[in-house]
Ligand binder design. Sequence first.
Ligand code: ES4
Ligand code: ZN
Length: 329
Amino acid sequence: MPVPKAELHLHIEGTLEPELAFALAARNGVTLPHADTAALREAYRFSDLQSFLDLYYALMAVLRTPRDFTDLADAYLERAAAQGVRHAEIFFDPQAHTARGVPIGTVIEGLAASLDRAEERYGVSTRLILCFLRDESAESALATLEEAKPYLDRITGVGLDSAEIGHPPAKFAAVYEEAARLGLRRVAHAGEEGPAAYVREALDVLGVERIDHGLRCMEDPGLVERLARERIPLTLCPLSNVRLRVIDTLADHPLRQMLDAGLLVTVNSDDPAYFGGYAGDNYDGVRDALGLTPDQLRTLARHSFEASFLEDDEPRRARYLAEVEAYTF
Ligand code: ES4
Ligand code: ZN
């Protein structure tokens, strides 16, 4: 059994495997531009973040009904549980659905139907994080938060994703201020393709509590020192970084230097259907490519629960942490 872990950086739409995409396409009468699952997998050769996002958004056309979102989340949770995930904080992109005429309630209620049974079925506790698309307008983000208000009891926090360069965090200052006022936790993608300055801005202007990716903080030693001192978690996604050409190979990943710098780094899967693996595959990948020790792997698993938004259930966090300490590699 793999080490128990929390997954903190996971886009539910990025768990859409080709087989499920074709099954949902058939169920909904949607025609995909790819001949079959093999042809679709052939399209998974990305040159950068945007080339991935183009396919990621296009395939969402098959997600139409609440049941589609339930089936998507069920499939993810089953795979995640098999790789040791005990707790998952799941991103979703409402604007990618409302723009296609799928109401936000369809998305949230569909996902919630899966998440409500995840503990009994898969032994996984869950939270939902609503992400704003940073290549859409600030007004669209505010309207999305407004549409989500009837469902806020289901939502733990807000995030910021999609095309990073040219869309600095400060663009979303107003919606993050409103999210904080509503009692939502705040995270943001920063320093994936964008510069270290975006990581600073996400902290200073948006007040985020975790940085998603944050890889490029390594270009700014003062920032690294601050992230370590303030115990700001970074949710790294090693296989994603290779597939989106942020780094050349897993062996080039700065994870070891980040651990050595005292950063609260975690390992996650991002969009596992597209990037070649789920959470456990990411742990195995960095273990093999970087020669991580059992101590370092245990630290990563411990970090994942320390960085999770389990402040509303500290006894659960303590149980998970005890499982990590008791695990034998
Ligand atoms: C994403 Cl890897 C990545 N980066 C930014 N936005 C995203 N949305 C889904 N996956
Ligand atoms: Zn991401």
